[in-house]
Design a protein around this ligand. Sequence first.
Ligand code: NDP
Ligand code: GDR
Length: 326
Amino acid sequence: MKRALITGITGQDGLYLGELLTQKGYEVFGLVRGQNNPKLELVHALLPQATLVFGDLTDLSSLIRALGVAQPTEVYNLGAVSFVAYSWENAALTTDVTAKGALNMLEAIRLYEGANAGSVRFYQASSSEMFGKAQEVPQREATLLWPRSPYGVAKAFAHHMTINYRESYGMHASSGVLFNHESPRRGPEFVTRKVSQAVARIALGKQQTLTLGNLDASRDWGFAGDYVEAMWLMMQQDVADDYVISTDETHNLRSLLDVAFARIGIDDWSGYVKQDAKFMRPAEVDLLVGDSSKARAALGWAPRVGFTELVNMMVDTDLTLQADQA
Ligand code: NDP
Ligand code: GDR
């Protein structure tokens, strides 16, 4: 039986990946931080067979211990401070968790593997935020990294460190450069979920308006359920490598609003949406769109859920959730 250790199992991707690996017959272990993590109940409900190990990416000894408990064949490093806007206000913490945390996990695996380099396959959750001030459109594996946020810088460090451990120690370490992926499980701080929640509340008469930042931001938005399959596929390759994962389509925030409001029968959303400078970022990543042709050819991966279907799925789920709440 294959055994997988997932850091960040309480997050959006950790939950989908845990479900996928359980369906594939894996024994799943999840690293959970904090002595009383509020998301534990959710993990127990969705992943009843998973074994949870307490630890923190900033604590190397806890990672060594987690490897000893899980004895994994695959490690998926999804844990991070992942909210870009927050990373300016917490740059050192972001560096400790998102950058140095990845190094800690690589180092823990190197020590755990000993003479058996490559016996544990490692996945690093890299990000399109590393492309930042995009040096070419669309962005592919070879595009120069130019991160524009402390989060992007931290992810670039972790990405290069993953490649470095592969090249220096022969580790089976892959980096998935994933573009934005969303779902009804997305944290409410991210813009897609902020919109789907607000639109649902407006439909139910619970909220009047929605306040956003830069409406011209464009993203390549896919469905998280599709993207965890790409992570798994990378880990099944004999040779570790790096892959861009994206839909290869870009949409701006205005078209996200068009689709979300249309779902509740509103064609002109201008009276419902306000802008506030507090949601603008010190440096913006204006246009991100991926070129995932390498992954499509080498892994046989392709996204299944399109943009409109994704937004509708999120609005529909929030309509149900909001209707259930008093
Ligand atoms: P989430 O924000 O939903 O989840 C982040 C996870 O990291 C949570 O489980 C959180 O646990 C955990 N975590 C935070 N700090 C620590 C720490 N010190 N030690 C251990 N775990 C910690 O992110 P997603 O699921 O959306 O993303 C998964 C990964 O993929 C992240 O690394 C993200 O940066 C990256 N990524 C995401 C993309 C996306 O569009 N979703 C695109 C590209 C990359 P806790 O419950 O304790 O808070
Ligand atoms: P992002 O996602 O920064 O791309 O990072 P987010 O949804 O936060 O922002 C997307 C774009 O929307 C603009 N925007 C707003 N964003 C938020 N959160 N709130 C607002 O009110 C708002 N108004 C406009 C932003 O300026 C931005 O341009 C996500 C995270 O999951 C990262 O961890 C991951 O690495 C990248 O995606 C790929």
